[in-house]
Design a protein. Structure first.
Length: 253
C-alpha cells in the first residue's frame, strides 16, 4: 500500500522524518519522488509528500497533534500530502492521533494489525483519509485487495474493546519490567513504546551476535551501530533473556 499512498500526489519531493521505518523511502521512490531524509519536522514544510511515523519506530518519538496539523495546513496550501504512519498508535497517547482530522483533505493515516494485535501473518492494515483521497486509493487497490477472512478477523479484533483495554495495561506493565531487566544488565534504554524498547549498547555488535547465538533475536541498526531494539519477551522467555544478558555481560571485555 505504501507506494500507492505515495502516488496520491504528483511526483516531487518526499521528505521523511527519520530515523524511522525503512520501507517508506523505497515506497516513495517507487512512486517517482525524490526522497530526502530529515531530522527536524521543520524540514518537512516544503515537501510534496511529508512522512511521519507516530509513534516512531524505533525510538518511540511522538510528534504532537498541533504540530502535525500546522504542518498539514502548510502543505495544503501547496497541494502537499501528509502521510502519518500510526502503526504503533494503539499503544500511543490517544490524543496524539490524527484520526479525527482527516477531513482536512490532505492527511492519510496508516494503521496495522501486525503490531498491537499480533496478527503479522494476516498482512492487513488500513488507511484513513478524506472521501476523495480514499476513493482514489481504493481505485488503485482494486476490488480484491483484502480477503473476506482477513476482514472478518479485523472486525472481531477491533470490536473487542475489553481485550484492547486489558492488553494496553498488560503491555505497559511488561515494558516497565523489560526496562528493569535491561537496566540490571547495564543496558541503557533510550526510547521505544510499550511494544518494544530501544537501547544504547556500547558493545551492540557483540551483544547482538551472542544473543542471536542463544536464540534471542534483537534488531540491530547499520546506521546506528550502538542501537539495539528489544521486543517484549513472552511469558516463558523472561528468565532466558535475563540469564543470557548476564552471560553476555560477563563475557564481554
Amino acid at each position: 500500500m505504501l507506494p500507492l499512498v505515495a502516488g496520491l500526489v504528483p511526483a516531487g519531493r518526499a521528505v521523511i522524518l527519520g530515523p524511522t521505518y525503512s520501507e517508506h523511502a523505497p515506497a516513495a521512490a517507487h512512486a517517482g519522488h525524490a526522497v530526502l531524509d530529515a531530522r527536524d519536522i521543520e524540514e518537512l514544510r516544503g515537501a510534496d509528500l511529508a512522512v511521519v511515523v507516530n509513534p516512531n519506530n524505533p525510538d518511540g518519538r511522538i510528534i504532537g497533534k498541533e504540530e502535525l496539523l500546522a504542518l498539514s495546513d502548510e502543505l495544503n496550501v501547496r497541494g502537499g500530502l501528509l502521510l502519518v504512519d500510526e502503526a504503533f498508535m494503539d499503544v500511543g497517547p490517544a490524543e496524539a492521533s490524527l484520526a479525527g482530522e482527516i477531513d482536512r483533505g490532505n492527511i492519510v493515516l496508516l494503521r496495522s494489525f501486525g503490531k498491537f494485535f499480533g496478527l503479522a501473518g494476516l498482512r492487513l492494515g488500513f488507511a484513513l483519509a478524506a472521501p476523495d483521497l480514499a476513493t482514489k486509493l481504493n481505485a488503485k487497490l482494486g476490488p480484491w485487495a483484502v480477503s473476506s477472512p482477513a476482514i472478518a478477523i479485523a472486525e472481531q479484533a477491533l470490536a473487542d474493546t475489553v481485550w484492547i483495554d486489558a492488553t494496553r495495561i498488560r503491555l505497559a506493565s511488561a515494558a516497565k519490567k523489560l526496562d528493569q531487566l535491561l537496566a540490571s544488565a547495564d543496558v541503557e534504554v533510550i526510547g521505544g513504546t510499550s511494544l518494544f524498547r530501544l537501547a544504547r549498547v556500547s558493545t551492540a555488535a557483540e551483544t547482538f551476535t551472542r544473543l542471536g547465538q542463544a536464540g534471542i533475536v534483537v534488531r540491530a541498526f547499520r546506521e546506528q551501530p550502538t542501537w539495539l531494539r528489544f521486543g517484549l519477551p513472552d511469558d516463558q522467555a523472561w528468565s532466558c533473556l535475563r540469564s543470557r544478558l548476564e552471560t553476555v555481560r560477563s563475557n564481554l571485555p
